[in-house]
Design a binder for this molecule. Structure first.
Ligand SMILES: [Zn+2]
Length: 74
């Protein structure tokens, strides 16, 4: 089942458009696919941001540990 890129509602194929049954958005097949490609990219970028965040948090924790470890040797 196709999904409306605007509201996430169900979109029905009514040649030559995908028509959203919830908000009434009508998209040509091409536009619909372009919309979804863009959404996929956004999700992908958000995922990368999240991973970067976690990586930074982890390396900071690691650095704290190193500081503590090096500090305790003095
Ligand atoms: Zn919609």
């Amino acid at each position: 089942m196709a999904k409306c890129p605007e509201c996430g509602g169900a979109a029905k194929w009514q040649s030559p458009f995908y028509v959203c049954t919830v908000c009434g958005l009508a998209l040509r097949r091409r536009e619909y696919e372009r919309y979804h490609d863009r959404l996929k990219e956004q999700v992908f970028e958000a995922q990368i941001d999240k991973e970067e965040d976690e990586f930074r948090k982890r390396s900071k924790r690691h650095k704290d540990y190193e500081d503590w470890f090096l500090g305790s040797k003095k």
